[in-house]
Design a protein around this ligand. Structure first.
Ligand code: CP3
Length: 350
């Protein structure tokens, strides 16, 4: 049997708009604190970045949700903020606080960052984890690599932490757009290198997370979210013509249609607020869609989760479609609800 054959992997078929025997499923943040076995390894590793940079640990936590649920895809365990960390802006993850960085607020701060070439050297352990996963993952499981989109990563680099309104990055982008563009350009180049190294090590698909894309007004969205993504897609396809690229412009609303058309990505991950019916009518002819169950329905479980999961499947399930959440799994999710959800998706037929 050649189940290892890429042509037979369900998730890759959906991304290439080929017919599938059933809807493929994986979940954003499928590895993480909701799993007791993750918390155990996390405690052993010490810091969160130690976990990301130690292939033994990172491989193990990537495999944990695959063992439990047999998802169709495995997403490399890492973080979008390893890129600024590698560029010389150290990232600390503080308990209950999320990521903390020394903010970059001036052009001098951009100039002081290391050249993009350090990415491949500094992030070697991440690529080693990928090489190991290609050996240890089941043959039918697709390995997804990822990076943050430049705008979202920039919001953390400039703000120094997560914020509800991305005010620090916006202040700079509006006061001195051409200066701020230099940071975006650097991140475009760094992201291309980081994703290329992941592909060379063995990832089969890449996803770009633009968590804060939806906070930008249209003209800034075009410049700082859409255009960088187009540049990244063009560069990746020049190097790896068959590589599927998924985008997640969270909160982009109706701007999502223009984004999908202009970037020509293979697939779009839909956030929780996106109407599946609107997405079917306006987006699905452009490529594969992925999403978009509310992660809090997964916390609740029960009949309401089933009803809303089936509604998404009934609307988008004819494909091309990949079932996922509208954002990442939250720590208070009961692991048995994930098993229930996977059963619902596996049992659904067109
Ligand atoms: O399973 C997976 O999805 C793979 C791993 C993954 C992580 N982060 C692990 C992680 C992925 C794909 C990410 C992406 C990421 N990281 C994003 C974009 C997607 C999104 O959720 O919007 C963003 C904005 C980050 C930055 C980040 N990392 C924040 C804001 C936080 C703190 C919030 C939190 O949940 O604690 C992290 C930490 C982080 N990244 C954890 C995990 C499992 C929790 C760390 C811990 O164990 O303490």
């Amino acid at each position: 049997m050649t189940s290892a054959n890429a042509a037979e992997k369900r998730l890759l078929k959906a991304l290439k708009r080929q017919p599938v025997d059933r809807v493929p499923v994986w979940l954003m943040r499928q590895a993480g604190r909701y799993l007791p076995e993750y918390r155990k390894v996390r405690a052993e590793a010490g810091g969160f970045l130690d976990l990301c940079y130690t292939p033994d640990f990172a491989e193990e936590v990537t495999l944990q949700p695959i063992r439990r649920y047999g998802f169709d895809a495995s997403i490399l365990f890492s973080d979008i903020l390893v890129v600024p960390d590698a560029l010389g802006q150290p990232v600390a993850f503080k308990e209950g606080e999320g990521p903390v960085l020394e903010p970059i607020t001036h052009a001098d701060g951009i100039a002081a960052l290391k050249p993009v070439a350090v990415i491949r050297e500094k992030l070697q352990p991440v690529y080693e984890t990928v090489r190991r996963l290609r050996i240890s993952l089941p043959a039918e499981t697709t390995l997804i690599g990822f990076a943050g989109a430049p705008w979202t990563v920039a919001t953390y680099m400039v703000g120094g932490r997560g914020s509800p309104d991305q005010a620090a990055a916006k202040a700079w982008a509006y006061r001195a757009p051409d200066e701020f563009q230099k940071l975006i350009d650097l991140l475009v180049a760094a992201t291309i290198e980081h994703l290329s190294a992941q592909v060379e090590a063995g990832v089969e698909v890449v996803q770009l997370f633009d968590t804060w894309a939806g906070s930008l007004p249209e003209l800034s969205f075009e410049r700082f979210a859409l255009k960088p993504m187009l540049e990244i897609r063009v560069a990746l396809k020049a190097r790896f013509p068959d590589l599927p690229v998924i985008g997640f412009p969270r909160g982009a609303g109706p701007m999502t249609a223009q984004y999908f058309r202009a970037t020509k990505l293979d697939a779009l991950s839909l956030d929780t607020a996106m109407s599946p019916g609107w997405a079917r009518d306006n987006l699905q002819s452009l490529g594969c869609l992925q999403g978009n169950l509310d992660p809090l329905l997964l916390v609740a479980g029960g009949p309401e989760m089933r009803r809303q999961a089936l509604a998404i499947l009934d609307t988008l399930g004819k494909g091309p479609f990949i079932f996922n959440l509208g954002h990442g799994i939250v720590p208070q999710t009961p692991p048995e609800h994930v098993a229930e959800l996977v059963e619902i998706v596996r049992g659904w037929r067109v």
